[in-house]
Design a protein around this ligand. Structure first.
Ligand code: CDT
Length: 314
């Protein structure tokens, strides 16, 4: 299978609370077709791509809460997306809220993404590890970020998959800010990391943090993660004014050199594409980030041994 192909980020504009899955899926199919016209064979959709970003609300009614989760993938509502991607010969990454009952009958909820190959088969699943926000309602916030309430911490680690010509990895939104996310996949030889995000343009608990700085952090995280692990990265946003909250767009495709090679210019539904050569990171993996040669694991134990930082006493 070719190690060089065109990949697309399929950014979505805002999704209202009342928008149906059918309507969102129709928008996504339109984006897939545009990606195909651009020559793409891989498309990356946002985190929780099928609904509005519901963790911004405290939702007390369980039936209503459950309505934001997918109980199967594909489902009747998402099957047309899978069918169209297969017809077009496009693999894709899709983020969604996952709900299932385990063997003990307990409801399990994860913030999940799947990787679908060009034949329409799900070849990989990832469940978000770094859940941002809080678990209890916080009245001082202009909007909530209740991911810690609505999801369990992912239980699948950071797997990679050899598929579609390369070593593919996934993560979700806040994961991109953590170097550990990238390095664990880097240690598995990842060549392309796909991720979707839902990020407000304002910091709800630190109003002084400007939108430009937040966009800088968005790109900085992906560019550093890509370069330091010599991998491609595709980050796809859900942007625009969604239920009164302005969501950052800025979807991008980052080369293993850390350079942004494609960047969204709108905050709405938009396809960006780039020529992805999976060989491009090889010289970095063999030189400056030749892990076998240069990593000094005898000094890294603290990274997995503790969570909080412990500065020396005054
Ligand atoms: N969805 C997601 O992970 N968003 C976060 C916003 C953090 S604000 C509590 C992000 O890191 O972009």
């Amino acid at each position: 299978m070719s190690r060089r192909f065109i990949a697309a980020a399929c950014q979505l504009g805002s999704i209202s609370r009342s928008e149906s899955r059918a309507s969102v899926v129709a928008r996504m199919i339109a984006l897939l077709r545009q990606a195909k016209e651009r020559g793409a064979s891989l498309a990356v959709f946002p985190e929780m791509a099928l609904t509005t970003f519901f963790p911004r609300w405290l939702i007390a009614d369980e039936e209503e809460l459950d309505s934001f989760y997918e109980k199967e993938m594909p489902s009747n509502e998402t099957a047309p997306l899978f069918e169209e991607a297969r017809r077009l010969g496009l693999g894709f990454y899709l983020g969604y809220a996952e709900l299932f009952r385990d063997a003990a009958g307990r409801k399990r909820r994860f913030n999940t993404s799947v990787l679908v190959d060009r034949a329409g088969r799900i070849v990989g699943k990832y469940r978000k590890v770094h859940l941002p926000g809080h678990a209890e309602y916080e009245p001082e916030r202009p909007w909530q970020h209740l991911e810690k309430r609505y999801f369990e911490v992912g239980d699948l680690g950071f797997p990679v998959w050899r598929t579609m010509g390369g070593v593919m990895g996934m993560c979700l939104c806040n994961d991109r800010r953590w170097p550990e996310t990238w390095r664990v996949m880097g240690m598995k030889g990842v060549e392309l990391v796909m991720l979707g995000y839902n990020t407000p343009t304002a910091n709800s608990v630190a109003a002084h943090e400007g939108a430009h700085v937040r966009m800088l952090h968005n790109h900085l995280s992906m560019q550093a993660g890509a370069y330091q692990n010599a991998t491609w990265a595709i980050g796809t946003a859900k942007g625009g004014l969604e239920e009164g909250v302005d969501m950052m767009a800025g979807s991008c495709i980052v080369a293993p050199t850390g350079e942004i090679v494609a960047l969204a210019t709108t905050v709405g539904d938009e396809v960006i594409a780039a020529d992805v050569d999976l060989e491009r990171g090889r010289y970095i993996k063999e030189t400056v980030f030749n892990f076998a040669k240069h990593r000094r694991i005898e000094h890294y134990g603290i990274i997995t041994g503790q969570t909080a930082a412990t500065p020396p006493p005054d």
